[in-house]
Ligand binder design. Structure first.
Ligand code: G6P
Length: 471
């Protein structure tokens, strides 16, 4: 297939670096996203011949694609990057994204299936699977059109697992990498999936020259699945890599000391109250983040150790996520209900034990990182978890990290964190007590080590390493 733009470097992901909303005036307002990929891609420099292929997500994006009439999106909106947004049929996208990616693959890799959400692999699932294939094919075709001879293509995540093989068939000349930002399920759990689907998913990634993961644990699980489902040695043609994305220290330090963050620090100090300690968490409201058990552990702490009552506040930021899915809406309500219940039970005239904020605000999150005494990061499973890495970088007076052993970040940060089994509410309550009781000097020392480990591989280097590994 002839390439139309001849890009040398391509990135493909469901969510792109920019999103659009139609304002009340009818004008389009662009919003730049953050995260490792955005800063990683910008590291290759403004002159690089790069294209980012992503899906249009919502009416604003679709309108932007329509107004651009097939031309690249305006460069001022995208930070100068060439972004190609795919206007995939809304039903196809819904089935691929909400149905297969977020309700099946996300649940498999995070091992989240439990009553009331059980795996259902019926005829409806098969229809959604056809959409997932169509969605992946739309990306593969767009990438094939955009790529120059021999270009490097970095395909991201569980949304786009079939695209590497599809692209390989269209353009054998390309160098293709796939990167998983999630954990990978061990074979016994992965094999919940129907056999043909499990094989197609693995073969999809094996269509890439290189499959990369955030930790050795997830990489090993992938090769174990290849072995169990497809037979030994089948992965021989695909190299496996591990790139443990780190925090972007320069960006964080600069951003966290602007006026809006300073203002939030003052406001949060007031909300917490003079002389009180804080246990901070910042997450999307996501089942895998285990927010409800975190609240129950805090409740257990107040129950078991009354000396902490009135002395500590749990600052929980739980930002809305994937609200198209009923199970996420219910989880959001559950988080609110448990927080309210703790406040009703323990709260006093001058003390609100849980301060829960659900409106997404990046500046306020950074303010909380700066002043946290304890950070609670207790996911059931997590590909990496950047909050665990960002807090030590911004902490002003040292912050004790309570960290789930099931987070990818555990491999790098476990030695200086207080490590918990995320299902163990009493154990997590004990860990919170130990964290709150940690002497200041030990906290400072550990925070220094955590920050060094957390920034070992900044996003720019993380991205360039993957690119060079395809050479
Ligand atoms: C996870 C995935 C990312 C995704 C993010 C937000 O971290 O690995 O690919 O972008 O969740 O999820 P969303 O469904 O809102 O894109």
């Amino acid at each position: 297939m002839a390439s139309t733009h001849g890009a040398e470097v391509l990135v493909a992901s469901n969510r792109g670096p920019v999103s659009y909303q139609v304002g009340e005036d009818g004008a389009l307002h662009a919003r730049r996203g953050g995260g490792g990929l955005v800063s990683g891609l910008s590291a290759i420099g403004p002159d690089a011949n790069a294209v980012w292929v992503c899906a249009a997500l919502g009416d604003g994006d679709r309108e932007a694609v329509r107004r651009a009439g097939g031309a690249p999106l305006p460069a001022e909106d995208t930070g100068g990057q060439h972004v190609r947004m795919l206007d995939i049929d809304a039903d196809v996208h819904h089935d691929a994204y909400n149905g297969i990616a977020n309700s099946v693959l996300w649940f498999v890799h995070h091992m989240l299936y439990q009553t009331p959400l059980e795996p259902v692999f019926d005829a409806g699932f098969r229809r959604q699977w056809a959409s997932y294939e169509a969605y992946n094919r739309a990306f593969a075709e767009a990438l094939a059109e955009e790529a120059a001879e021999g270009a490097a293509v970095l395909i991201q995540d569980y949304h786009l697992v079939l695209a590497p093989r599809m692209l390989r068939q269209l353009r054998p000349d390309l160098r293709i990498g796939h990167f998983s930002h999630t954990p990978w399920a061990p074979p016994d759990y992965f094999r919940l999936l129907p056999d043909d689907i499990a094989a197609e998913l693995l073969n999809g990634i094996l269509g890439a020259d290189r499959a990369a993961f955030l930790t050795q644990r997830w990489a090993d699980a992938f090769t174990d699945c290849c072995h169990a489902v497809l037979g030994a040695d089948v992965a021989a043609g695909t190299r496996i890599g591990v790139h443990g994305l780190g925090a972007d220290a320069d960006f964080l330090r600069e951003r966290a000391h602007r006026g809006d963050v300073d203002e939030w620090v003052t406001a949060l100090r007031e909300e917490i109250g003079e002389g009180r300690r804080s246990i901070v968490r910042v997450d999307r409201t996501e089942l895998s983040k285990n927010i409800v058990r975190g609240l129950l552990a805090f409740r257990q702490l107040l129950e078991d150790r009354p000396e902490w009552r009135e002395k500590v506040v749990h600052v929980a930021f739980a930002y809305p996520s994937r609200q198209d899915l009923a199970v996420y809406r219910e989880y959001t309500a559950e988080v609110q209900r448990v927080a309210d219940e703790i406040n009703a039970h323990f709260g006093t005239a001058g003390w609100t034990p849980v301060v829960l904020h659900v409106r997404d605000d990046f500046a306020r999150s950074l303010a909380a990182y700066r002043l946290a005494d304890v950070a609670l990061v207790n996911p059931i499973r997590d590909g990496m978890n950047l909050v665990a890495k960002e807090v030590p970088v911004l902490s002003e007076e040292g912050c004790a990290l309570v960290l789930s052993r099931e987070a990818g970040a555990y491999e790098e940060l476990g030695a200086d964190a207080i490590v918990v089994n995320p299902y163990d509410i009493v154990g997590t309550a004990d860990a919170l007590h130990r964290a709150l009781s940690m002497p200041a000097s030990e906290r400072t020392e550990r925070t220094k080590h955590l920050a060094a480990a957390a920034t070992a591989l900044p996003p720019a280097q993380w991205f360039l390493d993957q690119l060079h590994a395809l050479d």
